[in-house]
Design a binder for this molecule. Structure first.
Ligand SMILES: [Zn+2]
Length: 379
């Protein structure tokens, strides 16, 4: 039964030989030489043929034409359709609710302590975010400190549970007339804060974070750490959230690079990526560190529980993430990593000088719930 499914997919793909024509010879040669079988993943299409290549004699590098009838032009990774609602690219707004909640959350404060970062403060030890977001924001704010010697940033809001979002929503509902309420606080289930990939920044001295002055460094550099300004100025038509200079969202470096470079909001980017299909042109991205990526979209197979997501033969480091709408965004690392951060340890040392003044205690209460309310939450 599984075989039939395979075959069908293969045939379908053979009607779209563009990609094949460009890459098959090289890809087959690489596959035979290096024996790439994507360890840890279930290789559905193509794997069999690659194996045969080995047994028939791997000394012959050129694969004969006649075997190409059923030869692999790509391989597919069977991906559960539930993955559509997972990962750092999920779009959560007034139209697309969060479906997966509360996985892999860490205390930002705890991670900050583990990393001995002293360049910013966190509301309290209960502020949770996704691990990638924690790593990203700590790296960014350490570098921000190194660049500006400013340790005034306070991360004031991160992950919210359904209950917390409900209570925030109710609170605004009591204050405002119906229509305005939806602009002041997102409906429970529709707030990006429930993803764990969003944070709000404030300032430890009590002022609002507005992203101006020295803080413009953050907008200029956040993409290098995989973060975007989620609710930019002039995008309220798409986001339905007013300009929020304090709200940052983790999406991953290549995607953040495109979004910030092109001045997009996430809604626009999710649409934009759909222009890049597996069979057609892929979105080629180079990040600030010199890494190259290839990105494309593949729709979920709505007739099945899972989707055979195609990958170019030879793709090695890749992720398959959901857009929370209707499909998957495939990101392949294609280039050599540039020399990452040679000064990183030196930066850590220099930032420890101001440790005492910049540190927020784990159970700090002075900035706690009042401060979050004061930050004028809109999402
Ligand atoms: Zn926010």
């Amino acid at each position: 039964m599984a075989k039939t499914k395979k075959k069908k997919k293969n045939n379908k793909a053979q009607q779209q030989p563009n990609y094949l024509a460009q890459t098959m010879d090289i890809a087959l040669t690489i596959a035979v030489a290096a024996g790439m079988l994507y360890m840890g993943y279930r290789v559905v299409a193509g794997g069999v043929k690659i194996d045969q290549g080995f047994s028939e004699g791997s000394s012959t590098v050129t694969v004969p034409e006649e075997t190409t009838e059923a030869a692999p032009e790509f391989q597919s990774v069977e991906t559960a359709n539930s993955v559509v609602h997972e990962g750092a690219l999920i779009l959560v707004n007034n139209y697309y609710a969060l479906e997966e909640e509360g996985k892999n959350l860490v205390s930002l404060y705890d991670v900050k302590m583990e990393k001995e970062s002293h360049s910013f403060s966190v509301r309290d030890g209960d502020l949770m975010v996704k691990q990638e977001m924690a790593d990203s924001i700590i790296a960014m704010l350490d570098d921000f400190y190194e660049a500006t010697y400013d340790d005034n940033i306070l991360v004031i809001s991160g992950y919210r549970t359904q209950e917390q979002q409900q209570s925030l929503y109710d609170q605004y509902e009591n204050q405002e007339e119906g229509e305005e309420t939806e602009q002041r606080a997102a409906k429970p289930g529709y707030s990006e804060h429930q993803t764990g990939y969003g944070v709000d920044l404030s300032l430890y001295d009590g002022s609002d974070y507005d992203g101006t002055g020295i803080y413009s460094w953050i907008d200029e550099h956040c993409a290098e750490y995989g973060m975007i300004l989620r609710y930019p100025e002039g995008k309220t038509d798409q986001t339905e959230i007013m300009f929020e200079p304090w709200h940052y969202r983790y999406v991953g470096v290549p995607h953040a690079s495109v979004i910030m470079d092109k001045g997009m909001c996430l809604e626009e980017y999710i649409d934009y990526v759909k222009e890049f299909s597996f069979e057609g042109e892929h979105l080629m991205v180079s990040d600030a560190a010199g890494k190259a990526y290839e990105i494309y979209y593949y729709p979920a197979d709505s007739n099945q529980e899972s989707t055979l997501v195609p990958l170019p033969t030879g793709a090695e480091n890749y992720t398959i993430q959901g857009n929370n709408v209707d499909g998957f965004i495939i990101t392949i690392e294609t280039g050599e990593a540039a020399d990452a951060d040679p000064d990183e340890s030196a930066a850590d040392e220099s930032s420890t000088e101001d440790e005492a003044s910049s540190e927020a205690p784990a159970e700090e209460s002075e900035a706690a719930p009042d401060a979050e309310e004061a930050a004028a939450e809109n999402e």
